[in-house]
Design a binder for this molecule. Structure first.
Ligand code: PBG
Length: 323
């Protein structure tokens, strides 16, 4: 064995040869496209911090969702910007809240498109934290009760999957119980199980107007250096009733995705977050990298690490490219 009998370059010699031995490919099947819905009518405004992304109102988001579906993308993920915020985020579970209305409009226009909803209070609270505050800290258990109310109201409006992103302990159990007790046993939970306190969320917080007014999220989101803790978080969420578990962000956490793949049998989602998206777009706009090729390489790497589901702002672009 060895050179010259073995020449690794043989199987790289032509596009067809490379295609023949290719191990990983991205497809439209596992894609989820995030959408931002804000209070109002007839809105489609570009989001400054995120190239190619828009703020929609509940009426216009239905058209956008229909287009997403026509590209073959199976799911959208909804984030809401309410007209009114308060200290407990009560618009989050309002029957006629911005997200609840958007869900109904999308389901009416495009019933086959899966609607996933982000379940978290940070866009709805006046202080921008992901839960209720007591003595300057996010109070875990009362927050879980509100998150369960929020998830239930999304299910009542027609959501297929609820996705808690708050990182409170026990929230999956609270949500699973609320869904069971109210006849929504078939609504799936995709938990942001291993969600890190990441600097890569910068552009999103601008888009979602959800930056914390004081302090940071480090007492609830995970500390980036830790890997074993992510396995513990994922195991707990599965035990509490999560159907799909997520690792977030994706690119700086490929090792976490890989470890989770080795260890757990349920579908694994990876969130290619706003900062990762804009890093490529910004470098592309500067002429430093080829945006499309870089996007492909990164999304393929996330799949290669073991993700089944890719949540990405590139979803539409990728779907167009693949068709
Ligand atoms: C809400 C939430 C955030 C993101 C998704 N859900 C922001 C945060 O935790 O501060 C980030 C998504 C992105 O950066 O693309 N808690």
């Amino acid at each position: 064995m060895g050179f010259p009998k073995n020449r690794m370059r043989r199987l790289r010699s032509s596009p067809s040869m490379r295609r023949l031995v290719r191990q990983t490919s991205v497809s439209v099947d596992g894609l989820v496209y995030p959408l931002f819905v804000r209070e109002g009518e007839g809105i489609k405004e570009p989001i400054k911090s995120m190239t190619g992304c828009y703020h929609f109102s509940p009426d216009t988001v239905a058209d956008e969702a229909a287009e997403v579906s026509s590209l073959g993308i199976p799911a959208v993920l909804l984030f809401g910007l309410p007209g009114r915020k308060d200290d407990i985020g009560s618009e989050a579970w309002a029957e006629n809240g911005v997200v609840q209305r958007a869900i109904r409009q999308i389901k009416k226009a495009t019933p086959e498109l899966l609607v996933v909803t982000d379940v978290c209070l940070c866009e709805f609270t006046s202080h921008g934290h992901c839960g209720v505050i007591k003595d300057g800290k996010v109070d875990n258990d009362p927050t879980c009760e509100l998150l369960a109310k929020m998830a239930l109201s999304h299910a009542q409006a027609g959501a297929d999957i609820v996705a808690p992103s708050d990182m409170m302990d026990g929230r999956v159990r609270y949500i699973r119980e609320a869904l069971e007790e109210n006849g929504f046993e078939n609504v799936a939970i995709m938990s942001y199980a291993a969600k890190y306190a990441s600097a890569f969320y910068g552009p999103f917080r601008d888009a979602a107007e959800s930056a914390p007014a004081f302090g940071d999220r480090r007492s609830y989101q995970m500390d980036p250096p830790n890997a074993d803790e992510a396995m513990a978080e994922i195991a707990l969420d599965i035990e509490e009733g999560a159907d799909i578990v997520m690792v977030k962000p994706a690119l700086a956490y490929l090792d976490i995705i890989y470890r989770a793949r080795q260890r757990f049998n349920c579908p694994i989602a990876a969130y290619n977050v706003s900062g990762e998206y804009m890093m490529i777009n910004a470098a592309g706009a500067e002429g430093l990298v080829d945006t499309e090729a870089t996007m492909m390489e990164v999304l393929t790497a996330i799949k290669r690490a073991g993700a089944d589901i890719l949540i990405t702002y590139f979803a539409k672009e990728l779907a167009k490219l693949l068709s």
